[in-house]
Design a protein around this ligand. Structure first.
Ligand code: GTP
Ligand code: MG
Length: 199
């Protein structure tokens, strides 16, 4: 996919604040600090279009980015969802997270799929298993990505991949190994996005 322009459109909490366009949209979800913003930046070849932070819980709003806003038929909306599960984020913020994301997924008609990121060094948690089950019940496509693959040897990467395949009952090609550092997995993720947006 040729990326001509990338624009930050807006941050939102509730549907009335979502951008009104209905371009194909892909959203990125996962625990705080897992590398959502870094993954988006890697996909769009920008260093820090999407703010990354070593301080977890940095993104607490739904952030909309528009790719190729000036290229008819090639517009793509990318959504950086707030991270969940970071202990130091206040209870109030955590209580807001779930309804915010559930409402987004439940009401956003141009949303074609989610990309759920997990740190390759952790085994999938209840949050991830629940989220995937919930998305499956809504028939919302969900690509699973194990991030920060560069932190493990190739052998250990495959071991974690197999553990994730068992946990989610998926084949090896249903889960992508990714690193923002080495760009491993970037093309596979783009291929999956292409198959969702149908061009
Ligand atoms: P929140 O917005 O706080 O939920 O975090 P996030 O999921 O957007 O994570 P972000 O992209 O900000 O990355 C968090 C930290 O992990 C940063 O210090 C990144 O540099 C680092 N990081 C992200 N991806 C990778 C990766 O693939 N490899 C390595 N080694 N570090 C990574
Ligand atoms: Mg972020």
């Amino acid at each position: 996919m040729k990326i001509r322009t990338v624009e930050f459109i807006k941050s939102a909490v509730k549907p009335a604040q979502y951008p009104e366009y209905d371009f194909p949209e892909i959203a990125f979800a996962g625990r705080s600090n897992v590398g959502k913003s870094s993954l988006i930046n890697t996909l769009i070849n920008r260093k820090d279009m999407v703010k990354t932070s070593s301080r977890p819980g940095c993104t607490q709003l739904i952030n909309f980015f528009l790719i190729n806003g000036d290229v008819p038929q090639r517009e793509l909306s990318m959504v950086d969802l707030p991270g969940y599960g970071y202990a130091k984020v206040s209870k109030k913020i955590r209580a807001q997270w779930q309804p915010m994301v559930e409402t987004y997924v439940g009401t956003r008609n141009n949303l074609l799929g989610l990309i759920l990121l997990m740190d390759i060094r952790r085994d999938p948690g209840k949050e991830e298993l629940d989220m995937v089950r919930w998305l499956e019940s809504k028939r919302m496509p969900c690509l699973l990505v194990l991030t920060k693959a560069d932190k493990l040897s190739k052998t250990k990467q495959l071991k974690q991949l197999d553990a994730a395949c068992t946990a989610f009952n998926r084949e090896r090609n249903g889960i992508v190994l990714f690193s923002a550092k080495t760009r491993q997995g970037r093309q596979t993720i783009w291929d999956e996005i292409h198959s969702l947006i149908d061009w």
